[in-house]
Every structure is written in C-alpha cells, then in structure tokens.
Design a protein around this ligand. Sequence first.
Ligand code: 7RM
Length: 645
Amino acid sequence: MTNKITTLGGFIYEYQKSVSHPEDFWSSIAETFYWQKKFDKVLEWDFEKPDVKWFLNGKLNITENIFERHMFERKNQPALIWEPNNPKEKEKVYTYKELYDEVRVFANMLLSKGIRKGDRVVIYLPMIPELTIAMLACARIGAIHSVIFAGFSVNAVADRVKDAGAKMIITADGGYRGTKTIPLKEIIDEAMDNCDCNSVKNILVIKRTGQKVAFMEDRDVWLEDALKGISKENDAEVMESEDPLFILYTSGSTGQPKGLVHSTAGYMVYTSYSFKNIFQYSDGDVFFCSADIGWITGHSYIVYGPLLAGATTVMYEGTPTYPDAGRFWDIVEKYKVNQFYTAPTAIRALMGYGQKPFEGKDLSSLKVLGSVGEPINEEAWHWYHDFVGQSRCPIVDTWWQTETGGIMISPLAGITPTKPAYATLPFVGVQPAIMNGDGKEQSGKSVEGNLCIKFPWPGMARTVWGDHKRYKKTYFSQYKGYYFTGDGVKRDEDGYYRILGRVDDVINVSGHRLGTAEIENAINEHPLVVESAVVGYPHKVKGQGIFAFVVCQELSTGGVEGIKTSVKKAVEKIIGPIARPDEIRLVEGLPKTRSGKIMRRILRKIAEGGTKDFGDTTTLLDPGIVDSIIENECEKKYQKKDKKK
Ligand code: 7RM
C-alpha cells in the first residue's frame, strides 16, 4: 500500500519532513491520487485572515479516486458491507464495481431532478447503504451534501435545511434503531411546515420501514420511481481542489449550529492518508467503525477514508445493545473485522454487561482497536484492551474534531507506544501548540493549557457556511495566527498529549457534541419556563450528563415532576433525544453577576454535588441564590403548595 508508514523510525522521519518541508511532504502524498489536472501550487495560507488553500488549480473528482482509480484491482472486492439493525434480516455486500454502478445511477437521477454542481442536498437517512450511495452521488456531480444525523428532531432539522439553502432533501419513510422506529419523513414534513425553506424543490423518499407517510404531490418522490429508466453511464463532474465537498453542522458555544465546509482535495488526501496509517490498514482487511455517518467520524472513517484507500468498510444500522450487548462481537465474528473503531461511551455501556456477551464469540480477527469522541478513562481503556482486544491489540485513542476533518493526535497502531488515556503524539503534518493564560505558546514538556494548531493541514474546514466572519471569530481570534480547538490539553514529560476536555460551553454527551446554549434555547421554548442554564456534569456511562437549572413562572398540573417531564419532552422534540436533560432542578433564579452573566462554574460545581468552595462570588448580584439552589428550596416550596391543594 502506498504512503504507509510501518515503523516508529519511519514515523519520526515522515513527521520531521512534514514539519520542515510541509509543501514537499503533502505534495508527494497528493501525487498518488488521480487528478484530471494536476495542482500547480501546494499551499497558500494566512491564519489571520483566515484563508487556507491546498493543491491550488488542481482538478479532480473524489469519486474517481474511489472508483475509477481502484476499478482494475478491486472490481470484485467488497467495498461496503451493510449489517442491518435486525440480525435476522440479510446483510448487503457491495463490491467496488457494484457500488460504482449504484453511485452513478443515483448521480444521474439527481441530475434528472435538476441538481447541479454547487447545489446543496440535505441527507436525513438512517444507516442504510443508500446513505453512503447518496453522499457519493452528490460528490460525483459536485453537489454539496449536508448529512443531518437521523436522531435530530424537527427544529434542529429545520434550522440546518434553511441555513444550507438545500434544494433537495433525501430521507426515508422511517428508520430502525434497536427496538425503535423513527418517523423520519414525518419529522421532515413538520420541519418544512415550521420553516420557510422554500429553497427545497424535492423530497426524495427511500422505503425502509414501509410505514405510511404523507406525500405532497410535485414535491415528494419515491426513490424507486425516480430511478426508473436512469442509466449508469456518468462522467464525473470536474471539481476544483477547493470546491466544497460537504457541509456538516456542529454545535458551538452559541445557540446556532455552524455548518463547517470541507474542501474536495485536501479532505481527500487527509482522510485517506490518516486512515491507512493510524489504523495500519492492510489490503484485504475489514474495517468497522460503529459511528453514525451523521457525524464527522462516519463521514471520514466509514465512507471517505476507507473507500479512498480501497478498503472494505462495515456500516451497521443498529445500536450496540440490540438485540443484546454482544451485537458488536457478533459483527466482528461474522465479517472477521480487523480494525474496530468506537466511542468510550459505548465501551462504558458494554462494560456494565460483564463477560457474558463475549462467550463463544471469536474475536481473533481483531488487530487494532480505536477510540474517538471524548476522553477515554483508564478503566474503560483497560477493559477495551483486555477483553475486546484480548491484550494483543493496540488501542489508538484518536483526538480530532468536525473542524479538523480527520484525526489529529493519535498513535499509529502498533507503532507508537501507547499510554492509557493519552492520545499520544500529533499525526504527520500536525503542529500543535499549547497556550497559557497570557495567550503565549508554551514550549517544552510538562505543560498544560489550551490546545491550538499553528500550521494548516489539508483536512481542515475552510469556512462556516455563509458566515466566514463567524469562522474567524470562533477559531482564529483567541490567539492571533493560531487555530483554537476549544479543548484543554496536557503535554507530559514524554511529550505525550492528554486531552482534558472542552474549555468552552460545549458539552460532550456520549461522544455527541452539544452546545449548552442550544439546549437552553429549547428549554426556554416551554411556555412555563422563564429562563434556564445548562451545564455538564460527570456521568458514569455518558462521560458527561446534562444538568438543567430551570426558572419557572408557575407549575401546571402534574407539579414538579410533571413540569420536568414536559421540559424533557420539549427538548426531545426540538433538538432530539440526545439533548434530553438527565437532571432538572427547578430554581427561583440563576446565579448572575451584576452585568447579567450566569456564573456557570457555580452551577457546574452544584451539578457535581458540591456544596461549598465556589471561589470568588463577590460579583454575584444575589449571593443568597446559591444556597437556595443547593438546598433545593424552590422545589420544596412548590411541593408544599401542591400538598395544600
Ligand atoms: C471526532 C469528533 C470534537 C470534540 C473535541 C474533543 C472531543 C474527540 C477525543 C476527544 C478526548 C479524544 N468530532 N474529543 N476525540 N476528547 N479524546 N480522543 O468527535 O466535532 O463531534 O467533537 O470531541 O472535546 O473537541 S466532534
């Protein structure tokens, strides 16, 4: 396999080259791809503007690098293996040739519906093969896909469709996840009623559950009808290196999600190269990433990275515990999975079931285990290593973000010596910087601070869709000339990196990234809520749980518990079940400074169960409110009133 590092010495050598001569380094990687016209300049950048361009004046299509480039050697090799939610349903396997045909027909169908280069197509699908096919079909014709996680609900969907100005939405009648079915088309219909998304001309519906759905003539089309009579002959659209490949929304510290825009060439080079090297993928291996394609992990390491590298990638529709907690191990055994990539929250959830789910299962095919999405605690690391990896598989703890496009800090499997809870060393081409409180970069070992990146890498997002100012403000304004990640980090005496978690108002619940402001906005839509503040707190399985402090006007029938239930329901409906608060405390007021800012660190402390040591509280407008929150006075008062009634 080209461009594969195989030794620690090789890694150190490539790393040094990537830092001392980044342009030569990335150029030599990029040259191994298929270009319709080769780039004539490797990099142009300015982090102050900010403006980053890679592989300038190159022309290519990413799907030609997945299909045409591999067709001769991989025609009959499985590209995509799909495992359904229900183990009794039959799996689907697509070879490179079969997937190629599916993608081209789908691409021609999109063209027949008037979709052209640069148009945005929202994809709101469960984890079915058509999701991968639809993404690649968009890429084939140069349409910009924006996948929305199928766990998001009405308002979250409406906001994203509107912001992207989508011309088409691709969805399904419904989706299966464990024992549940999600009414996807119904959610889309409601979202369309709630927003003036008049950019949307067509809604394409795929049959998955067979449930009844409403159809609006002229606007809604079944996929099977749309595909009738469509040919598979298709020439890939000519794309410039910097043309957008996709938009993916992610949460930040403000209420409005940001649509990160990823480029064609840079993203291609980075995901493919990082995939091969970090997971040490070898020809013929089977790679299984359990993420949902609705998140960046699925984009980069179920779809693009593996397929660009000519790998066999497994896509699983269901949940880790359906029909039982041994399902991942059934999949590993069934397909002889060699590399398995999942999130610490799944590991912690499975730990709770003990050894039984492993009984009689053959995990001997596994060579590499990966972790992503949140810090992995030592206990989970050891369990993963000892029981899943049977003490013989290296673990790659991979730190990265939606914004970075691909893995940034991680061991190379079996090459970099690992340390539990450490993402270890920066990947080739990645130049981290740790900033202190004065905004200065700290050199040397044994330092802690905010994590920045000081040099561009090909996979980085280029802008926020429709709002370049926000891109600058969010990532490039805290430290002049640096990309700021939003994470805290420690570099130890060996130069190893340990990610400490977010330093902003973003919380990480089961590896899902949520803005506290987003959840507060949803809670505040409840008619009886005056205001609210949401913080994260340590949670045994989810990593972080959601704790909401809520100020109410009065209580409706159902009392304290009634209002808590209805607030949770409202959040589920507006954002989705992943944002449902784990804990709600009704309070008389929030601890605010005289200038009106909520002192979140006090609320964080209370959510953790703390009752004292709140630090400096002298700027609080009403210091008494803190004790009242700790004593839960508001709920007690309401409960008393309830009894009187
Ligand atoms: C890939 C992804 C990004 C945030 C990031 C971190 C946290 C991700 C790790 C991690 C510790 C890791 N994209 N994070 N990976 N923290 N160790 N290995 O998750 O955009 O959804 O989230 O996730 O806080 O900033 S994301």
